[in-house]
Design a protein around this ligand. Structure first.
Ligand code: MN
Length: 206
């Protein structure tokens, strides 16, 4: 089953008090599952059936006739990546040495990186995602609109934060800034970012 809903990598209440169990249940069990269900319905019986999410995203990206498939597949992939970008409250540590050095070189320091992340996420109009990426050998922060994912555009995603309103409305109503302060300050999994950076480096040097 290539399109099975991946379980959360922690308990529903692991992100409290920053993100509630109620938000996580709705977000994972309803929103994330819903995107996968739509992908399955769209590919059933077609030549695309059985392909991985990554393959479906690359196949449908930029194709107006496959826009619905792209939106649902990208949303499913983005959500799985988002869960892994976070870790239980109280367990988050500082970035490992290698990525900390890259952050210092490209942003001037950890705080500047987080400030840039927050201001780009806060300024993004409407639904979307904010990413820490490696692009052309540099780390950068970029926002994507709606379902858009950096997959297939040459950037390597390291971390993502969901800025769709469904990610924070139950806990923060429309106060996206408070949600971002909580997530960026307490929940980012820098070990995950480091692993993504290293896997990419292995690929490049292979
Ligand atoms: Mn979401």
């Amino acid at each position: 089953m290539t399109l099975a809903l991946p379980p959360l990598p922690y308990d529903y209440d692991a992100l409290e008090p920053f993100i509630s169990a109620a938000t996580m249940k709705l977000h994972h069990d309803v929103h994330h599952r819903g995107y996968l269900d739509r992908v399955e319905a769209l590919v059933r019986g077609s030549a695309l059936e059985g392909q991985s999410l990554e393959a479906l995203i690359r196949r449908s990206s930029g194709n107006p006739e496959l826009r619905s498939l792209y939106n649902s597949a990208a949303q499913a992939w983005n959500h799985a990546f988002f869960w892994r970008s976070l870790r239980p409250a109280g367990s988050a540590g500082a970035p490992p040495q290698e990525i900390a050095g890259r952050i210092a070189a490209d942003f001037g320091g950890q705080q500047q990186c987080l400030d840039a992340f927050r201001s780009i996420a806060l300024a993004h109009f409407g639904s979307g995602w904010t990413w820490l990426l490696e692009r052309d050998g540099r780390l950068c922060i970029e926002a994507t609109a709606n379902a858009d994912s950096p997959l297939g555009r040459g950037g390597v995603p390291l971390l993502v934060v969901d800025v769709w309103e469904h990610a924070y409305y139950l806990d923060y109503q429309s106060r996206r800034g408070e949600y971002l302060t909580a997530v960026l300050g307490h929940l980012l999994d820098w070990d995950f970012a480091q692993r993504n950076l290293r896997e990419r480096s292995d690929e490049v040097h292979a």
